[in-house]
Design a protein around this ligand. Structure first.
Ligand SMILES: [Zn+2]
Length: 323
């Protein structure tokens, strides 16, 4: 399905059927529906009218998951990354003649999950693509992809819709029962991505959000240590959400200072950069407990009146681990 915020990209896609490339790379944050869009692109190639009409034989086969010329590459159960063998098998399938005489299409969601040898194998396929094949890659973290992969794809970027549009969409998805302030919070904590915000609401993640706010309060008032907080957050089903919490906290602090026409502590901007760096380290091979404790210490340092610049502790090799 095409979401309201994807209409521009959908028109762009439909407009270039005559000069189809071999590979496309869809980029944007998690929760904008990139995989669904990639699947819709695939469906339109199998569709007799190229519109993903949902009515023709090609659309039916695709929607019933029985189309023999469609492949989707996901991380295998129990694994953390896509391995080289998966790419080799996919390439072999793409080399074979299409069963229905049309295109063979492969969707590779979150392509940053490929390991190095898988990227190398994919690069070979992108350099010499088999006849009448289309590869559709998606990525939430463009900076983690090898430049050689990115340069061989046509890029299609997706942006989050406005707060107003997102809130209106969320209302339609929650039978108009969404609390306005909670909806805003859901969107802000999820970088404005409506699908991620909807998950946040459906999973009652505000309970986690409230627990985090209590932890931060207890941290500042010394009822809890950084270690207490870190071990509580590590038990979350999605501990990396802590970084989004800290980031939003810094945004709110800066906004509040601006509203009150006070000088914004320049350290807040440094803190934001460190939060983003810490999130990148987390996705690498960092010591997760140490990373969260360090973030607490940084936050505590910000609370004190010191005007000295924040130390850049996330470049410390003990925290970063051996990547
Ligand atoms: Zn159709």
């Amino acid at each position: 399905m095409i979401y309201p915020w994807q209409q521009t990209q959908w028109s762009l896609w439909l407009a270039q059927f005559e000069r189809l490339g071999h590979a496309y790379l869809l980029t944007g944050t998690n929760g904008l529906g990139l995989t669904e869009f990639a699947q819709q692109m695939a469906q339109s190639l199998f569709c007799q009218s190229h519109t993903a009409c949902g009515q023709c034989a090609g659309c039916h086969q695709f929607l019933e998951h029985t189309h023999v010329d469609f492949f989707q590459l996901d991380v295998l159960e129990g694994k953390k990354e896509v391995g080289v063998e998966q790419i080799r098998q996919l390439t072999q399938k793409l080399m074979q003649t299409s069963h229905q005489g049309g295109y063979k299409v492969a969707v590779l969601p979150e392509v940053e999950r490929l390991n190095t040898s898988a990227f190398n194998a994919l690069l070979k396929t992108l350099e010499e693509p088999p006849e009448k094949t289309l590869l559709i890659l998606t990525s939430y973290q463009l900076e983690r992809l090898p430049a050689t992969i990115v340069s061989r794809c046509q890029q299609l970027a997706f942006n989050a819709p406005s707060m107003q549009d997102s809130q209106a969409w969320l209302l339609t998805q929650t039978n108009n029962e969404m609390d306005g302030a909670r909806g805003k919070r859901a969107l802000r904590l999820n970088w404005g991505a409506p699908l991620a915000a909807l998950d946040w609401l459906n999973n009652q993640a505000w309970l986690q959000d409230e627990a985090w706010q209590t932890d931060i309060h207890d941290l500042v008032t010394q009822r809890k240590t950084p270690s207490d907080c870190a071990s509580a957050w590590l038990k979350w089903p999605n501990p990396e959400a802590v970084f989004d919490q800290f980031y939003l906290l810094s945004v709110s602090a800066i906004r509040q200072a601006l509203y009150q026409q006070q000088g914004v502590k320049t350290q807040w901007f440094g803190f934001q950069q460190q939060v983003l760096q810490a999130k990148r380290d987390w996705l690498g091979n960092a010591n997760k407990e140490l990373l969260l404790e360090s973030l607490c210490l940084l936050y505590l340092a910000l609370q004190s009146e010191t005007s000295s610049p924040l130390p850049n502790i996330f470049s410390d090799s003990r925290i970063r681990g051996r990547c």
